[in-house]
Design a protein around this ligand. Structure first.
Ligand code: NAP
Length: 210
């Protein structure tokens, strides 16, 4: 059975997956790049990077993935819907290489980019979005790419089979939290953790089958 997976999703010790305010100049607000420094240091991101624990986890991002679902605030800064020329942060060849379903209350026509990425803009419930993405994924897994609002909604709806979280040893104090309203969600998963020499802790939540 195809699975619904989340990878490399990074949160601070106090549970924030982005800072504030989000803007064109600061996509992660006051968090800057601190949530993803662990990933930028790996071979997954940079050919001269490290090839240890962090890289082993990071590399799973694209393995067996046939489509992504992301939230409107991951696709662009506040107000991107008013800019017809906005095509996302990632340039002509975004790193997805699959259909990507962008959840938004202001849909627009699909956008075909280089490298196999097509952005589809849809207004749909998490389960409807997942059905559309699964159809497009053609038997492969679907990745939920974030941000935290969308990941939280998919967890709350019981739609996530595998969650790879990266707990980064910083305190953000403000931003968008992942865990609000998800009390007890861990009971549906087998949870494992691996501490990396880099200082981050990788947590995997794998849906129980019993
Ligand atoms: N820490 C990480 O690893 C990580 C990963 C990915 C992204 N991020 C960061 O997370 C931030 C974005 O996260 P976020 O929580 O603010 O927002 P988000 O999850 O990206 O998007 C939420 C927005 O998506 C739209 N949406 C959600 N569900 C919908 C539905 N069912 N139907 C229609 N539209 C729907 C709504 O926008 P509208 O009402 O405007 O349409 C909603 O406000 C960015 O800073 C991004 O860089 C962090």
């Amino acid at each position: 059975m195809p699975r619904t997976r989340i990878h490399n999703f990074s949160i601070s010790l106090d549970g924030f997956a982005t800072g504030e305010p989000q803007s064109l100049e600061a996509p992660f607000g006051h968090a800057g790049q601190r949530l993803h420094q662990w990933m930028f240091a790996t071979r997954f991101w940079d050919p001269s990077g490290s090839a240890g624990v962090d890289d082993a986890f990071a590399q799973q991002f694209a393995v067996g993935i046939g489509a992504e679902i992301m939230g409107s605030n991951k696709f662009g800064p506040p107000g991107w819907q008013d800019d017809e020329s906005w095509t996302g942060w990632w340039g002509e060849d975004p790193p997805f290489h699959t259909p990507v379903f962008v959840l938004t209350h202001r849909p627009r026509p699909a956008l075909t980019m280089g490298g196999g990425t097509t952005f589809h803009f849809i207004e749909a419930s998490p389960s409807e979005a997942l059905s559309a993405a699964q159809e497009a994924a053609d038997g492969l897994d679907v990745r939920v790419g974030g941000g935290p609002t969308v990941v939280r909604d998919f967890l709350a709806a019981g739609l996530v089979d595998h969650l790879h979280l990266v707990q980064v040893p910083i305190l953000l104090g403000r931003g968008v939290r992942l865990w609000d309203g998800l009390e007890g969600v861990e009971e549906s998963f087998d949870v494992e953790s691996v501490a990396s020499p880099s200082g981050v802790v990788h947590l995997t939540f794998t849906r129980r089958t019993d």
